[in-house]
Design a binder for this molecule. Structure first.
Ligand SMILES: [Zn+2]
Length: 273
C-alpha cells in the first residue's frame, strides 16, 4: 500500500480484498497496462467498506484519448450506440435508468423540468433516449472529441467537449447525471461537488456507482473492480461521498442490472447551507 493512502471516510485502515499479478479476464488492455509488469491491489476500508484500486501504472492520459480507442475501437462508438439502442427494454441497463429518472423527476418536479446535463456521456445512448422519452433538452458532456462528435452526429443531442472539473461556462440545469462516472476519477467528491454550481434552484443530481459490497462475492474478475475504477463503493461510502460533496440523499437503492452489473444509484439535492 502507498504510504498515506486514505479512504473517502478518512480512515487509513484497509484489508487487502484482491491482489492482481496479471490483467483480470475481460479487462480492457490500455496502453499503460499492456507493457511491463501488471501489479495492482484492491483494498477495502475497514471503516466504511469502500474499495480503492492501488497501483503504480500511469493512467494520467487515459480519458483524453486512449479510453475511447481502447474501449470502443475504430467506429466502435456508433456500433455500440446501435447495439444498446436495439436491446429490448428488459435487457437494457439504459432503458431502466431512463424510466427510473423519468418516474422520479415526475414525482419530484411535476412538469417543471426542462433540462438535463449528462456528465461523461460516452456513447450518448442515455441523453439520446432520455430526450426522446421526456422531451427535455438533454446535453451530453465528455472530454473526448470523438465522443462529442458522435453525440452530435449520431445521437443528435447537444454536446459539450469539456473536463467537467475545470469548465466554467456550462450554464445550469434541472438535472445533472453521473452514470458510472465518479468511480473513474481520483477525486469523486470534488467532481460531484462541482455539480452544485451548475444546478438550477431545487435541481436534482442522479448518480450511479459500482456496488463493491455485492460484487465482491463474485470475485476478482468482476468488472466492478477493473483498473479504470479507482473507487468501488459501499452503501456507506456512497453516503459519505454525497455528504462531503454538499448534497443529501433523497432516494437510494441497489440493484443488479440486466447486464449483470451490481449498481448503487441515488437521487440527490443540495444540502441546506
Ligand atoms: Zn472508508
Amino acid at each position: 500500500m502507498k504510504p498515506g493512502t486514505a479512504c473517502l471516510c478518512g480512515s487509513e485502515h484497509f484489508d487487502l480484498a484482491f491482489r492482481y499479478d496479471e490483467r483480470p479476464n475481460g479487462e480492457v488492455t490500455f496502453d499503460f497496462s499492456s507493457g511491463g509488469a501488471y501489479r495492482r491491489d484492491v483494498l477495502c476500508c475497514q471503516c466504511c467498506g469502500h474499495y480503492l484500486s492501488v497501483h503504480d501504472m500511469d493512467m494520467s492520459s487515459l480519458y483524453s484519448a486512449a479510453y475511447v480507442s481502447a474501449t470502443y475501437g475504430a467506429d466502435g462508438m456508433r456500433r455500440t450506440f446501435e447495439r444498446i439502442n436495439s436491446l429490448p427494454a428488459d435487457r437494457s441497463d439504459n432503458a431502466g435508468r431512463v424510466e427510473r429518472i423519468a418516474q422520479f423527476a415526475g414525482k419530484y418536479f411535476g412538469d417543471r423540468v426542462s433540462s438535463l446535463l449528462d456528465v461523461g456521456s460516452g456513447t450518448a445512448v442515455f441523453p439520446y433516449r432520455m430526450q426522446l422519452r421526456s422531451g427535455w433538452r438533454c446535453v451530453a458532456l465528455d472530454p473526448d472529441a470523438r465522443a462529442v462528435e458522435h453525440a452530435r452526429t449520431v445521437a443528435k443531442v447537444e454536446a459539450i467537449r469539456a473536463d467537467f472539473t475545470k469548465v466554467t461556462d456550462l450554464g445550469s440545469y434541472d438535472i445533472i447525471t453521473f452514470n458510472k462516472v465518479l468511480e473513474h476519477v481520483e477525486n469523486p467528491v470534488g467532481m460531484l461537488a462541482k455539480a452544485a454550481r451548475h444546478l438550477n434552484d431545487s435541481g436534482l443530481v442522479y448518480i450511479e456507482l459500482p456496488d463493491g459490497e455485492m460484487a465482491v462475492e463474485g470475485g476478482k474478475d468482476r468488472e466492478e473492480f477493473f483498473i479504470d475504477h479507482h473507487h468501488v463503493f459501499s452503501a456507506a461510502s456512497l453516503m459519505i461521498l454525497v455528504r462531503q460533496a454538499g448534497f443529501s440523499t433523497l432516494e437510494f437503492e441497489r440493484l443488479r442490472e440486466p447486464s449483470s452489473k451490481y449498481t448503487l444509484r441515488a437521487f440527490l439535492r443540495r444540502s441546506a447551507p
